[in-house]
Design a binder for this molecule. Structure first.
Ligand SMILES: C[S@@+](CC[C@H](N)C(=O)[O-])C[C@H]1O[C@@H](n2cnc3c(N)ncnc32)[C@H](O)[C@@H]1O
Length: 370
């Protein structure tokens, strides 16, 4: 069984050996004037305000308050409280917090969602959906467990995480799948034409199966295989595939990718938000290469972790640095996008290409020699 304490296969310092992680090695830049205590204090206060906003939004999603305001624009706090059977004072406090956080606007005496918040926070089918991030960052697996194990460094693996964690990951990963399939894939020259002819598509580390469903719906002429090392995720994927009426075209395999063996060569293998997690990234890349037909595509969709100090101080860099708290617990770290160029090149893939989908989402692709 693939568990946390197993050796990673990737030697510590893999990134540094490959000379791609400039984050810790960046030469000091031009000296800048030292900020005042007031400026530093204001910066810290901004962080606290962000935390308040995260808690307000997360509570609003979980309680249904944001959904209610979307469906009943202009409702006053008292009307919301009455109709949802909640406490008047608490709802008015939440509404004011939501207004301060910029997710609510005022309309007369009541409130409406601020522009685009319905899409960003509630519409799970949108490529812009961000509502899944708020429950994710509140799960104990993100920070609490890390803090509790700061001294021991005790690791965990996916089968040690809670069903709530798996659910939250599903919510947060959803827009990555939505953007990748089929829009992102359609940006790869020749791939759509090849898939039009039918064949096999494999989703490696398929998790709870949302990529599988998008693949099956987008490429009805192909058969789809999902592989994941976590039995709970595979069980959930199986249920979702069945509920979507796609069980006849989607096969599920519970296996570490390091041991993956597939019978039929695939035209396309994708990996969404998981390649950085592989215990032995070289072994997985070899398995993937072996499972592809000649000229088959391997597409890696992942967070592009900043490779410079400047990148770490950007908003996306700061969010990805937060994700690293969970990644550390499963004994990995997000990788700079260029790491995948080096990896694919090292394993003899050809036709390397990449493109950003958002500041927190990049696609890297290559083919096996034809
Ligand atoms: C962040 S989730 C992503 C799931 C999915 N790709 C999605 O988009 O929702 C990571 C998944 O990768 C799986 N995983 C990570 N490393 C793996 C490995 N070496 N072999 C098999 N599964 C792996 C985990 O079990 C987990 O389900």
């Amino acid at each position: 069984m693939l568990k946390g304490p197993q050796p990673t296969g990737r030697p510590p310092g893999w990134l540094k050996e490959e000379k791609i992680m400039t984050t810790l090695e960046t030469a000091p830049g031009t000296p800048v004037a030292e900020p005042t205590p007031q400026e530093q204090g204001a910066a810290l206060l901004g962080q606290i305000a962000g935390y308040m906003a995260v808690r307000t939004v997360e509570m609003g999603i979980r309680s249904g308050l944001i959904r209610f305001v979307a469906d009943n624009p202009g409702s006053t706090a008292n009307e919301i409280a009455d109709r949802m059977d909640l406490d008047d004072l608490y709802v008015s406090v939440w509404c004011r917090g939501g207004f301060g956080a910029g997710i609510l606007d005022r309309q007369g005496d009541g409130f409406v969602l601020a522009p685009h918040m319905a899409t960003l926070l509630l519409d799970e089918t949108s490529p812009a959906f961000m509502g899944g991030l708020f429950p994710l960052v509140r799960q104990p697996e993100m920070f609490d467990r890390f803090a509790a194990n700061l001294d021991s460094g005790a690791r965990l693996w996916w089968d040690d995480t809670s069903p709530d964690w798996i659910d939250s990951v599903k919510g947060a990963s959803k827009p990555f799948n939505t953007r990748l399939i089929p829009g992102g894939l359609s940006q790869i020259e020749g791939l759509a034409e090849r898939l039009h002819l039918g064949g096999r598509i494999v989703d490696t580390a398929c998790g709870a199966g949302q990529g599988l469903i998008k693949l099956a719906q987008s490429f009805p002429q192909c058969d789809i295989v999902g592989v994941d090392g976590d039995q709970h995720s595979i069980d959930q994927a199986r249920a979702e595939v069945r509920d979507a009426g796609l069980a006849d075209r989607v096969t599920l395999v519970c296996s570490p990718l390091e041991d993956m063996v597939l019978d039929t060569p695939a035209a396309l293998i994708i990996n969404n938000l998981s390649m950085h997690e592989c215990r032995d990234i070289d072994a997985v890349t070899e398995r993937i290469k072996a499972a592809l037909e000649p000229g088959g595509w391997f597409v890696i969709s992942d967070f592009p972790f900043p490779s410079t100090d400047e990148g770490l101080r950007t908003v996306p860099g700061r969010v990805m640095s937060g994700v690293q708290f969970f990644e550390a617990q499963i004994d990995d770290q997000l990788l700079p996008r260029v790491a995948y160029d080096l990896l694919l090149d090292k394993h003899g893939f050809t036709g390397l290409g990449s493109f950003p989908m958002t500041p927190m989402h990049a696609v890297t692709y290559a083919r096996t020699p034809g």
